[in-house]
Design a protein around this ligand. Structure first.
Ligand code: SF4
Ligand code: SF4
Length: 346
């Protein structure tokens, strides 16, 4: 595996990224994203819900040069996260089945960034939470296009890429931008369980199950709970139905693979009983840590309310006395819903 040497060119950087374990890498200039105005309007319309960090510093998000003065190029690298969904009750979004991708992407990007600095440039890394409008810039870097679902679709790997970026002062040859290849397809829009894709390329995050089960901290609006179905954490629906899945393949990053003791298996009752210490140990390296125990248990209650039967009532009964009011409220809702379904008095 050759490290980068002085004055690397675009081809050398991209092949180094692939050698470091990325599945795809592209390069674009560091000029602002053309989606900046659209993004500002999206925030102004309140469609980001409680995700306040997205509204912070919109100019920095839209213009990479505000993040690294003197930046000339943006390197966008993607890791494929697709893997089969494990059997059992309750689905977890595929990217969240194994270890948190932030740490995995950062480790690879840091190695590449150190080499860029040794080769004479300055470099700054971003993963997901960084102030860069990454999907539109990834399109410009030739990695994919932002589909009608608003997700990035790769013509080589489908819709499962997790992205990281390196801004650099090096002047690198850019890739050809990807064109939109959604055509007349509208599968992601018609299959969204909550109608969160309100029009092509328009996502109302406040209705999106990924938002409701991960970002929303409090009570999930009752009218949306039935639509969550069996999704314990996140949602893959608009990705699963995309016809570009014909190019999806299993991730080669083994740290993304689901461990044996997985929430996607039939462990929903065990999860309802999990202690704070057990939760921290079990999910120490998982993105699920982010929703905290009460958020996960809230989601488990909603799922049991949607798919459970009388055998789930004792576990929910216990959860309805949980120390967290959020869990108690959702457990009570789930019990009512199961009773209604099986014809027991509430
Ligand atoms: S992640 Fe799920 S809820 Fe969100 S837009 Fe896609 S299909 Fe709809
Ligand atoms: S499902 Fe169809 S419309 Fe949606 S992103 Fe994929 S190709 Fe585009």
């Amino acid at each position: 595996m050759n490290m980068l040497v002085s004055a690397p060119d675009s081809a050398a950087i991209k092949s180094r990224a692939i050698a470091l374990g990325f599945d795809i890498c592209g390069i674009t200039g560091a000029d602002p994203s053309s989606h900046a105005d659209f993004y500002r309007q999206w925030i102004a319309d309140g469609k980001a819900g409680e995700m306040a960090w997205l509204a912070r510093d919109p100019n920095r998000r839209a213009d990479p040069r505000a993040v690294l003065p003197g930046a000339r190029s943006l390197i966008v690298a993607g890791l494929n996260s697709w893997q089969p969904q494990p059997a059992g009750r309750g689905r977890v979004a595929r990217y969240a089945l194994g270890d948190d991708y932030h740490a995995i992407l950062l480790e690879k990007l840091e190695t590449l960034a150190v080499e860029l600095v040794r080769a004479g440039g300055q470099a700054k890394i971003h993963v997901d939470t960084g102030p860069v409008l990454e999907k539109s810039l990834a399109g410009r870097a030739g990695i994919g296009w932002q589909g009608k679902s608003t997700m990035l679709i790769s013509p080589k790997l489908g819709p499962w890429l997790l992205l990281g970026e390196i801004l650099t002062t090096l002047d690198l040859e850019p890739d050809t931008p990807q064109r939109d290849r959604c055509g007349s397809c509208t599968r992601c829009i018609s299959s969204c369980p909550t109608g969160a894709i309100t029009a092509p390329y328009q996502l109302d995050a406040r209705r999106c199950i990924a938002y409701l089960t991960i970002e929303l901290k409090g009570s999930i609006p009752e009218e949306l709970r039935p639509l969550i179905g069996d999704r314990v954490y996140g949602c893959d629906e608009c990705l699963d139905v995309c016809p570009w899945n014909r190019f999806a393949r299993r991730t080669r990053e083994t740290r993304f693979h689901a461990p044996e003791e997985d929430v996607a298996r039939d462990r929903l009752h065990a999860l309802l009983d999990i202690t704070g210490a057990e939760f921290k140990r079990r999910f120490a390296r998982s993105p699920i840590l982010r929703v905290k125990r009460r958020g996960l248990l809230r989601n488990v209650c909603v799922v049991l309310g949607n798919i459970g039967d009388s055998s789930d009532l004792p576990a929910l009964e216990k959860a309805s006395r949980h120390e967290e009011p959020l869990v108690r409220e959702h457990a009570a809702w789930a019990m009512r819903r199961i009773r209604e379904r099986i014809g027991l008095p509430g």
